[in-house]
Design a protein around this ligand. Sequence first.
Ligand SMILES: [Zn+2]
Length: 91
Amino acid sequence: MVVTKEEKLFFEHLLTLTPQKHNGYLVFYFRRKKYKRSRVLMQLKLNKILEMWEIVHHKNEEKTDDRIENLEVIDVSVHNSNHHAGKRYSK
Ligand SMILES: [Zn+2]
């Protein structure tokens, strides 16, 4: 699904907040909900609302390194099998 104008403004607003650390990731809290910074950035970049099974993976395995070039979208089943194959992916 495409990012609507409202969602775009909302994501851009989230990015003005100070991120908190949660399970090693940088997240934003807004109205009791939690948003992963990496996911917000990727959705804005792709102009697409990611599906639940689409995981934003940190290529260098540094969970706080949300530089766009460090992020890639991987299907959750592929992502999990990579993790289970003993690669040191940490999401
Ligand atoms: Zn990963």
